[in-house]
Design a protein around this ligand. Structure first.
Ligand SMILES: *Cc1c(COP(=O)(O)O)cnc(C)c1O
Length: 403
């Protein structure tokens, strides 16, 4: 039988980084492969009709069809499960797939979602647009103000949904305070933790019930592939079951084996890359504060940032690779981006390469001026995702582009 529980008992005593690398396969590989094989197959053969019936009805957890379970994807899910201590982990074909499957699982017609305007553009459009067509309404408020959040909740609220570090505003909400409110009202706190990886902090311990991640970002490493994760801490009865046996079956957005293979390799170096990217971002942010052309450097790792202390208390001493700078106006931002020679003009976050983007004209380019103002997406802001290059070279490129 497919046994995807822990194989090496002793491994549980080892440090996370060791466990991220050394996971035994659930079944011995015929050739002793050192990497988990990529099971590129749509279906699986069974010895008997009874065995097949058990697999199809969930009496045994074994792959029968790759829209629903696949050994390579299960291996990846299991590694994340072990690193987070979660009750279940389900992998999807993108971050948006993990988010939409989560929200469609907790919401229903007539329900509302308490959230904020400070959010990834597509998540905002999903909550305030797509879900509205199914009679699910968005109640948008300031999630850094727990009293306001509590006022928004009523008997039709199905969840509070947030991002742990908003983008591009870089706001941090108090997860413990929001969790206490959610527990009082019997609703889940759902957090998109894409900005700080689960190797650095435990969202479950901070009171998050369901964690969603765009594994396209830090996890994939080098921006190799799109993926998403639902990490369920087991505090919402029936949630993971509904995801596995309703959403994954009926919406069909399960991760593919090739992506799981690439992201498993990404996971092995996640912690090492994250630490270097965070150290680079802090070094660069400090240097950028000395340049007169830059009106503001926003980075939660800088001690004078308003969210610094809360971020440290929740996520530990590292602050990740995302920061923003503000220049005089939109023209200055465009001139700066056009003059970059090393830093790449691209969206995405946490690639190994440093990336620059002007969010107001791109990610938020199709929103109206008024909507952008409500979202605090300013024309003067450039977002940088700091990579693994030497900071001297990054700083030189920024200095020459400002001239
Ligand atoms: C990129 C991103 C998403 C969407 O993820 P995809 O993998 O692109 O679908 C969701 N939330 C945040 C915070 C992101 O940065």
């Amino acid at each position: 039988m497919y046994n995807f529980t822990v194989i090496f008992e002793k491994r549980l005593l080892m440090k996370k980084q060791t466990r991220a690398i050394h996971s035994a396969f659930p079944k011995a590989d015929a050739y002793g492969a050192l990497s988990m094989p990529v099971y590129h197959t749509a279906a699986y053969e069974f010895d008997t009709a009874a065995h097949m019936a058990d697999a199809f009805t969930g009496k045994v957890i074994e792959p029968d069809y790759s829209r629903v379970l696949n050994p390579t994807v299960m291996f990846f899910e299991d590694k994340v499960k072990e690193l987070t201590g979660a009750a279940d982990v389900i992998a999807f074909s993108s971050g948006m797939a993990a988010i939409s499957n989560t929200l469609f699982a907790v919401a229903a017609a007539g329900k509302n979602i308490v959230s904020s305007r400070h959010m990834f553009g597509n998540t905002f459009a999903l909550i305030s647009g797509t879900m509205k067509r199914f009679d699910v309404t968005a109640r948008l408020c300031d999630l850094t103000d727990p009293a306001q959040v509590e006022q928004m909740i009523d008997e039709s609220t199905c969840c509070v949904y947030l991002e742990i570090v908003t983008n591009p505003q870089l706001e941090v909400a108090d997860l413990r305070a929001l969790s206490a409110i959610c527990r009082r009202h019997g609703i889940p706190l759902i957090a998109d933790t894409t900005a700080i990886p689960f190797t650095e902090f435990n969202a479950g311990e901070l009171g998050v019930d369901i964690e969603v991640v765009s594994s396209t970002k830090y996890l994939s490493g080098g921006a190799t592939s799109l993926g998403g994760l639902i990490i369920d801490y087991g505090t919402c009865p029936g949630f993971a079951k509904r995801i596995r046996f309703e959403m994954v079956f009926n919406l069909g957005a399960y991760m593919t084996p090739h992506v799981a293979y690439m992201q498993t390799i990404g996971l092995e170096t996640l912690d090492a890359r994250y630490r270097l990217q965070s150290a680079n971002a802090l070094d660069l942010a400090r240097r950028l504060t000395t340049l007169p052309e830059i009106k503001r450097v926003n980075y939660i790792g800088l001690p004078d940032n308003p969210f610094h202390d809360l971020a440290v208390s929740q996520f530990g001493p590292t602050a990740g690779g995302m920061l923003t700078i503000d220049l005089a106006d939109r023209d200055a931002c465009f001139r700066f981006i056009d003059s970059l020679k090393l830093i790449r003009r691209a969206t995405n976050l946490f690639d190994n390469k440093t990336l620059a983007i002007h969010p107001a004209s791109t990610i938020y380019g199709n929103f109206s001026d008024a909507e952008r103002r409500d979202m605090d997406v300013s024309d003067t802001t450039i977002r940088l995702s700091v990579g693994l290059e030497d900071v001297d070279d990054l700083f030189d490129d920024i200095r020459q582009a400002l001239r």
